[in-house]
Design a protein. Structure first.
Length: 253
């Protein structure tokens, strides 16, 4: 395992209209594992995630500094192909956002866009992505049904399948289970646990128990500053920073 395969922030900062949202963050996200990003509301968690596939690109007033590499590639370089980057780096949001199309078309969307896959091959790509997203058995007989007819948890796994169909190396999830019931949450967690075998997974969560049980490593942000990063089993039991202890014991945030 080499760190060049993961995601590396080096003295990375982000501002919105001159106000800092991330301050000098240096953080290495290990490949083939789950890293949890925790912190109070407004601490920069989503900004950190969105930076990786440059989602805030083009926002007037948004400014970035420092280095950010995905599998060794400088993704902030002016020549970066943004659509290629967003295929390598898949994103799943808090509220599942399937397109108003069929289940099949949602998953086929990315591969069709790049015309990487055509004809009957697309069926295999869709099936494979749905299987990897642990959704195939539930939807195989209704692939033409509108995506919105799925349950919230199924829709969230559909969004994972849609990302997986692009064969990403990094999967970003921003509070993916906050709108799910306990059962849907367990299904998604089990899925992520499986997927970490060949993906770099970053998950933002407000659920500290989820971070502790699911992630190998955890990073705490407070006011845009990386306070502490380390093995989750250590960080949640023996935090080194008093602010981490305050946060995980619920004394602030
Ligand atoms: N598009 C934007 N325009 C202006 N300011 C923004 C924008 N997006 C984020 N910010 C600001 O950047 C800071 C960090 O926001 P961010 O969304 O990253 O926080 P967060 O940790 O994800 O919070 P939450 O837990 O509430 O989702 C906040 O002060 C926020 O107001
Ligand atoms: Mg957020």
């Amino acid at each position: 395992m080499t760190t060049t395969e993961g995601v590396v922030f080096e003295r990375f900062s982000a501002w919105f209209d001159g106000t800092p949202a991330l301050v000098n963050v240096s953080l290495t996200i290990q490949p083939r594992s789950i890293t949890a990003i925790i912190g109070p509301s407004g601490s920069g968690k989503s900004t950190l995630l969105r930076a990786i596939n440059r989602l805030d690109e083009g926002l007037p007033g948004a400014r970035r500094a420092g280095a950010l590499r995905v599998a060794g590639d400088d993704v902030l370089a002016p020549g970066t192909d943004l659509s290629a980057l967003r295929q390598r780096v898949g994103m799943v949001f808090q509220r599942s956002n399937p397109f108003p199309r069929s289940i099949f078309d949602n998953v086929a969307y990315g591969p069709r866009l790049t015309s990487r896959t055509q004809g009957s091959d697309i069926d295999d790509v869709v099936e494979d992505a749905l299987r990897r997203a642990a959704l195939w058995e539930e939807v195989r007989d209704r692939l033409d049904a509108p995506a919105h007819t799925l349950s919230a948890g199924q829709q969230q796994r559909l969004c994972v399948a849609r990302a997986l169909a692009n064969r990403p190396t990094v999967l970003l999830l921003d509070e993916p289970t906050s709108a799910l019931d306990p059962q849907g949450t367990v299904r998604l967690e089990e899925l992520l646990y499986e997927l970490q075998r060949d993906l770099t997974i970053l998950i933002v969560t407000h659920n500290l128990q989820q971070a502790a049980r699911l992630s190998r490593r955890t990073a705490l942000l407070v006011d845009g500053v990386l306070i502490e990063e380390g093995a989750s089993d250590r960080l949640f039991t023996h935090p080194t920073d008093s602010r981490t202890e305050a946060f995980i014991t619920g004394r602030f945030g």
